[in-house]
Design a protein around this ligand. Sequence first.
Ligand code: FNR
Length: 436
Amino acid sequence: SSIYRSGVYGHRPVVPTSPDALADAARRRMSRTAWSYVAGGAGAQRTVEANREAFGRYRIVPRQMVDVGQRSLTTTLLGRELPAPVLFGPVGALELAVQHQRGRGGRGAAPRNAEPALARAARDLGLPVVISSQASTPMEDTAATLGDSPRWFQLYWSSDDALVESFVTRAEASGCEAIVVTLDTHVLGWRTMDLDLGYLPFARAEGIAQYLSDPAFQKLVEERVRAATPPGTTSARPTIAAVRSLLSMAAHHPGPTLRNLTQPYARAAVETFLDVFSRSTLTWADLAWLRERTTLPVLVKGIQHPDDARAALDHGADGIIVSNHGGRQVDNAVASLDTLGPVVDAVRAHSGADPAGPPVPVLFDSGIRTGADVFTALALGADAVLLGRPWVYGLALAGADGVRAVTEHVLAELDLTMALAGVAETGQIGRHNLAG
Ligand code: FNR
């Protein structure tokens, strides 16, 4: 209601409330490379479109004369009470959104301020951040900014066991309350917009801070450099910080980075990253290995089929994230929202077999732009949702204030939608609120 009240006094919101206007403003602010990376999807962008189009096929049915004077968005997730069923989804190479802006010669704000801004906004709102494996800032720094505010860690399962273990150990030490393993990106999708610009931000400085700051990764880089150095040669080995600053220099110079990386250590760092980023040989049986290495709940992200949800639970997963990575991986893939109901049914039937066990959360993302979208996902059975591109647009437009504003708009619309659908608490939203 405070958003409406400031409207009464003629104050405009920090960022547009309409999702299309928000995206449009962000597109105008960001460089072409940054926009392509953030907004772009796989191939012909069909799944990016399908994710949005799907929301139009589920309709909310308003109900009248229900006492909704006292409403609450609070939710309990993995034993923690949250102010709303909303998380900040993992977004890698985030720095790109704030550094590559138009009219700033490709350079904008000071380096590495994207995650600090996200963390400040998340802390103000009390909503969890899912820290990306590809973050632009080491997780320890983000954790420090977050203070007591909740955080999870998103893992890309490296081909190097020691690196996986190191990431998990760091996540635990950084106060992360869950590990989210992203399953749908063991190879990178066919990202046409990035490919056409010759720019794959994933492997650039913006996206490998988590790796450069990791002792297991540093060891791999040093081994590679040693192997490439002829015996008897003594060369001063630069610190990882020096490699990092070199990479980030290269990243902010126009033109592709890798080509310009003649410095052997920096080149070795990028090559090592490309080698160990992921593992395409994983099968469900491998989940047990990870399950044994942490006491934290493990959620799997990228589930689109009820059989995969069942298999994940059979192999020790503690939660499911229904997602198609925002249409960035498989073009022509089914809209994520259309897979939500069947996955929810499978998970509920599966946990019905063990009623004494903890409830298995099903989270959802891919295509959420508004509070009404959140309502629809909750109505189809999601326990919470992850926001992706919208808060990145807010970040690009107005830093921490923009992230906060975008999220507040979503929460405000969710609250009003609940009021007008005759629901006082998020836990009461269900399929009965949808037509058909
Ligand atoms: C992502 N996503 C993502 N997911 C993940 O598990 N690790 C990551 O590092 C990233 N990085 C990333 C970067 C950018 C720029 C985007 C847009 C997305 C996927 C993200 O967590 C989420 O699944 C999608 O963003 C959801 O789709 P929408 O709602 O953004 O369309």
